[in-house]
Write a protein of this length. Structure first.
Length: 458
């Protein structure tokens, strides 16, 4: 949640010349200014503080003791808003070589290229981590004036230890960096391990260095380093749309023109996937909901996804469609059928069958057109169909379109891709889900699963 942050104050100083921090982070915004992750300060003034944060989308470590004593900014940008980054920071000022005194690891790889590169003096003990001052996660400790836009998991702090990334993760058989959920590490006096299982701030290191939720609401989603769920994508959101709540809520912000947003994950060319959209609010024209692989709902895109094409052409992607609040189904800009209307407070469910080439819609748990998502090749009651496999390049993304005409800032659609939340509200009474992947308001049709990295590989 926005403006959510944690605090903790050590009861004694730890080893100020050596420590290791490890955490997994999923970003929600880019180009958004300062995004503080972990910080500590010596006073209420901002003249003496230390902080990990994103600066212009580059991970940074800054420490100031009246004058800057440490400042590292990665040359590379960390702009991925779909996956999680694993970040390890090692501080060991006793090292003779300056560049060995602070090391960054991102997804298992040591970072060696920095746009800003100021290392601390040898044996420096004047960062403000590991001292008896307030530490904060998710904000600046000295003024709570800026907040992290994203989510965190498996946050470790090891007092007096210098570990590389291999202590907290490993490569799988496919060369993908994966999490070690129970690393064998020493935490030292002020060490802690929080956010291990959901939103628990109880220290799992054995030190009882428990944290406190000091602002906002710390939510527990299904998203985790081992199973990343789709959200809406800020990189595929027009200037007339705004994403909030960890990119799960899309808002229209312009009453004179159309906006859109697409999901971070696509279905790929096979499998069966389910997601839900809750209509939180609208004035005038409601959000239009659909699937597509183009930033224009009225045209298709060629198989190679580079050239726009027209209806009737052999490579036109027919399943790009949407439904409006009047129940009208639009394909290629034309109304092809009319089904259930919807309004504020309604749920619209999508069941997308890429194996057979069909999409089904439900309103508040009842399938429109007497649809049977489990009907297979017969596609009984499907809202739109296509020949499975004939469009080898088709990728189905969840989509929302904001129509012009009084939408303003009141058009809101909350997407639940299986995280178990719609906006800021948790699913209170979950439906059945035989796949065991994700938490949804309504029953997931047999054979369908969440649009997540695990779901894509079931």
């Amino acid at each position: 949640m926005a403006n959510t942050y944690l605090t903790w104050t050590p009861s004694q100083n730890g080893t100020r010349t050596r420590f290791t921090t490890s955490f997994w982070i999923k970003r929600s915004e880019i180009n958004s200014g300062q995004n503080p992750i972990f910080s500590s300060d010596i006073s209420d003034s901002n003249n003496t503080y230390s902080m990990f944060y994103f600066a212009s989308d580059s991970f940074s470590f800054f420490s100031k003791d009246n004058t800057t004593t440490l400042h590292l900014v990665t040359s590379a940008k960390q702009r991925d808003v779909n996956g999680l980054y694993h970040i390890v920071v090692v501080f060991d000022s006793a090292q003779a070589t300056a560049s060995d005194r602070v090391k960054f690891y991102i997804n298992g790889e040591q970072i060696t290229s920095f746009s800003t590169e100021t290392y601390p003096p040898q044996n420096a003990d004047n960062t403000w981590f590991n001292v008896t001052q307030q530490h904060a996660i998710g904000t600046r400790s000295y003024d709570n004036g800026s907040y992290l836009s994203g989510s965190l998991s498996h946050f470790h702090f090891c007092d007096g230890q210098a570990y590389d990334a291999s202590a907290f993760g490993q490569y799988d058989a496919n060369g993908v960096w994966t999490i070690n959920t129970s690393p064998s590490v020493t935490y030292g006096t002020n060490g802690f391990f929080i956010l291990k299982d959901g939103n628990s701030v109880t220290d799992q290191s054995g030190n009882s260095n428990n944290w406190t939720v000091a602002g906002g609401t710390l939510t527990n989603t299904e998203d985790n380093p081992s199973n990343v769920f789709a959200t809406m994508n800020p990189l595929a959101t027009s200037s007339y749309g705004t994403l909030v709540n960890g990119n799960t809520v899309a808002q229209g912000n312009n009453s004179a023109d159309y906006g859109h947003s697409f999901s971070t994950l696509s279905t790929g060319s096979s499998g069966k996937y389910y997601w839900e959209v809750y209509i939180e609010n609208y004035t005038g024209t409601s959000p239009f909901l659909g699937i597509g692989n183009d930033d224009n709902p009225n045209i298709g895109r060629a198989i190679n996804n580079t050239a726009a094409v027209s209806p009737g052409e052999s490579n036109y992607v027919s399943p790009s469609f949407y439904i409006n609040n009047s129940g009208q189904i639009y394909i290629a800009g034309s109304v092809t059928a009319t089904y259930d209307t919807y309004t504020k407070g309604d749920w619209i469910s999508f069941a997308v069958d890429m194996d057979n080439g069909a999409c089904y819609l439900a309103k508040n748990g009842t399938w429109m057109n007497s649809g049977v998502p489990t009907s297979g090749a017969s596609k009984t009651g499907a809202i739109t169909t296509w020949t499975a496999g004939s469009i080898s390049g088709f990728l189905a993304y969840a989509a929302v379109y904001f129509g012009a005409g009084g939408v303003g800032n009141n058009s809101e659609a909350a997407f639940n891709f299986g995280n178990g939340y719609y906006g800021s509200a948790a699913v209170a009474s979950a439906g059945t889900n035989a796949s065991g992947n994700g938490i949804f308001e309504y029953d997931v049709p047999t054979g369908y699963t969440a649009l997540s990295t695990k779901g894509l590989n079931l």
